[in-house]
Design a protein around this ligand. Structure first.
Ligand code: NAP
Length: 470
C-alpha cells in the first residue's frame, strides 16, 4: 500500500511519501532509546507540563488539524474537531492523574516478613504503536499520553493512508518540549513491522487494527517474548428490550451505527430487538437512518461522509449483496452510489441468517443488521454469538435485566441505555477476537510498566530474610 494522502471525498491523490529506509528506521529507534534514558529520569511534573503544552497546541490548532484529518480519511469536519478536543482533554487528564496512577502501592509488610513491601510502576522503554486511520489522532493520543507520562517513549507506525496526521503528531510532542525522539513517526508500510519489533531496543507493541494485523503482530511479539496490547475489531450488539424507550433507543442506535461514517470498532453493528417492540423499533430506526444527510464531510450539515477507501466501500457493499442474495431484506439504503467519492448510504438489513457474511463478519461502514428475538435468553445468545467481544449495548429500564446484561454480555465494555464510547477515566479493550489488554485509565497506563515488587527486610541476623524457597 502506498504511503499517501488520498481524499476520500474525491478520490484525488494529494500527497505521496517514500517509505523510510532501514537506516532511517534504525536511527529513529536509536533516538527513541536515547530519549527513554533521558525521559525516565525526568519528573512527573515536567512530563505533565510538556503534555499540557501539547494539549494547548491541539486546542489552538484544532480547526487546521481537523481539516487535515477530514482530508485524509473522510470523517466529518464536526467529528474531527470533536476528536481534537477529546485528545486535548485526555492529555490534560493524564498530566493531572499520572502521579496517582503511578504511585507506589504499599503491601502488608508483616504478612511477607518485610519491614517494607510495595509495588512500584516503572517504564520499560520504546513501545511500537501500530495504529489505524479511523480515529487518526485519538487512537494515537490514548496510547501516547499515558505512555509518555509513565516515562516510556513511542514509535508510531500509523496507517499508510494518514501520513500527514502521523507527522503532525511527532511534531506536536517535539514542539511541546518532550526530548528529541521521545515520540517518533516511522513512515513505513506494514511489511516493516516485523523488523522493527524484532529490534531489541523496542520493548513492546500496541496495535489498534484488524484481526489479521493482530495475529501477525502477536506472532512476532510471541517469538521475541515482547508484551503486546491488541485492540482489534468488533461486531457490537445493541439489544433493545420491551421496557426500553424505543424512540430514544432508535435515535441513539442511528448515531451508534453511523458515527465516524460507520467506521468505528465500537460502533453498534448488530441490533437485536425483542419481538414486542421490533416493528416499532425497525420503523423508527430505518426512518432515522434514511434521513441522515450523506455528503461532503466539510459541510457542517453533513451527517455521514465518505468511507475512507474504495476497497472499504466495496467490501461493505459485497457484504450487503451477499445477504440479499441469500434472502435478507433491505429496509433502507443498500445501493452503491455512482460519482466521485466513496460514499455509501446508511443501510438497514434484516432477516439475516448464519450463512450470510454479515452474521459473522465485522461490517465497517454505515450498515446495520437487525435481528428479532423472543426472550432475554435469546437476546444474550445472539449478542454473544460472535467471535468478537469489544463493546455491547443493552436498552432496558428493568433493574434486574440491567444487572443481568452487565454480567451476561461477553464483551470488554457494556453500556446500558447508552452507546459505547471511550473515556480516559475508564479502561477500554476487548475479549475474544477483539484482542487483549486495556487502554485508558490507570490500567492502560500500567500495561507498559514494569510492575515491580519491592521487598525490604531488616538485614540483621535472625530477621528471616528469604527464609522460604519459592
Ligand atoms: P488494519 O488494516 O489492521 O490497519 C491498522 C494498522 O495495522 C495500520 O497501521 C496497518 O498498516 C497495520 N497493519 C496492517 N496489517 C498488518 C500486518 N500484517 N502486520 C503489521 N501491521 C499491519 O486495520 P484498518 O482497516 O486500518 O482499521 C480498521 C480495523 O481496526 C477494524 O477491524 C476496526 O474494528 C479496528 N479498530 C479497533 C479499535 C479498538 O480499539 N479495538 C479501534 C479502531 C479500529 P498499513 O496502513 O500500512 O497497512
Amino acid at each position: 500500500m502506498p504511503i499517501a494522502t488520498v481524499n476520500p471525498a474525491t478520490g484525488e491523490m494529494l500527497k505521496t511519501y517514500d517509505p523510510m529506509s532501514d537506516a532511517q528506521v534504525d536511527a529513529a529507534i536509536e533516538r527513541a532509546d536515547l530519549a527513554f534514558r533521558q525521559l525516565r529520569g525526568t519528573s512527573l511534573t515536567q512530563r505533565g507540563d510538556w503534555l499540557r503544552a501539547a494539549a494547548d497546541r491541539l486546542d489552538a490548532d484544532r480547526d487546521e488539524i481537523a481539516r487535515l484529518m477530514t482530508t485524509e480519511m473522510g470523517k466529518t469536519y464536526a467529528a474531527a474537531k470533536a476528536e481534537v478536543t477529546k485528545c486535548a482533554a485526555a492529555a490534560r487528564f493524564y498530566a493531572a492523574h499520572a502521579a496517582r496512577m503511578l504511585a507506589d502501592e504499599p503491601a502488608d509488610a508483616r504478612a511477607v516478613g518485610a519491614t517494607r513491601a510495595f509495588v512500584r510502576y516503572q517504564p520499560i522503554g520504546p513501545v511500537l504503536a501500530v495504529m489505524p486511520w479511523n480515529f487518526p489522532l485519538w487512537q494515537v493520543m490514548r496510547f501516547a499520553a499515558p505512555a509518555l507520562m509513565a516515562g516510556n517513549t513511542g514509535l508510531l507506525k500509523h496507517a499508510s493512508t494518514v501520513p500527514q496526521t502521523a507527522l503532525l503528531l511527532e511534531d506536536l510532542f517535539r514542539r511541546a518540549g518532550f526530548p528529541e525522539g521521545a515520540f517518533g513517526t516511522l513512515l513505513v508500510g506494514s511489511d516493516a513491522v516485523d523488523r522493527i519489533l524484532r529490534d531489541p531496543r523496542v520493548r513492546a507493541a500496541t496495535l489498534t487494527g484488524s484481526e489479521g494485523a493482530g495475529r501477525s503482530i502477536a506472532q512476532i511479539a510471541g517469538r521475541e517474548l515482547k508484551k503486546t496490547v491488541l485492540e482489534l475489531g468488533g461486531s457490537d450488539p445493541f439489544v433493545v428490550m420491551p421496557s426500553a424507550d424505543v424512540a430514544t433507543a432508535a435515535e441513539v442506535a442511528t448515531t451508534a451505527r453511523c458515527q465516524n461514517n460507520g467506521q468505528s470498532c465500537i460502533a453498534a453493528k448488530r441490533f437485536i430487538v425483542h419481538t414486542d417492540v421490533f416493528d416499532d423499533f425497525a420503523r423508527k430506526f430505518a426512518g432515522r437512518m434514511s434521513a441522515l444527510r450523506v455528503g461532503d464531510p466539510m459541510d457542517e450539515a453533513t451527517d455521514v461522509g465518505p468511507l475512507a477507501s474504495e476497497r472499504g466501500r466495496d467490501e461493505i457493499h459485497e457484504q450487503v449483496r451477499d445477504a440479499v442474495e441469500r434472502g435478507a431484506t433491505v429496509l433502507c439504503g443498500g445501493e452503491k452510489p455512482t460519482g466521485p467519492g466513496w460514499y455509501y448510504p446508511p443501510t438497514v438489513v434484516t432477516d439475516l441468517t448464519p450463512e450470510m457474511r454479515m452474521w459473522a463478519e465485522e461490517v465497517f461502514g454505515p450498515v446495520a443488521g437487525l435481528y428479532r428475538v423472543a426472550s432475554y435468553d435469546e437476546a444474550v445468545e445472539v449478542a454473544n454469538g460472535t467471535a468478537f467481544g469489544l463493546g455491547a449495548n443493552a436498552w432496558t429500564t428493568d433493574p434486574d435485566e440491567q444487572e443481568r446484561f452487565a454480567t451476561d454480555l461477553d464483551a470488554g465494555n457494556v453500556f446500558v441505555n447508552g452507546m459505547t464510547t471511550s473515556f480516559p477515566e475508564l479502561p477500554f479493550g476487548g475479549v475474544k477476537n477483539s484482542g487483549y489488554g486495556r487502554e485508558l485509565s490507570a490500567l492502560g497506563m500500567r500495561e507498559f510498566c514494569n510492575t515491580k515488587t519491592v521487598w525490604v527486610g531488616e538485614g540483621t541476623a535472625g530477621a528471616g530474610a528469604g527464609a522460604h524457597a519459592e
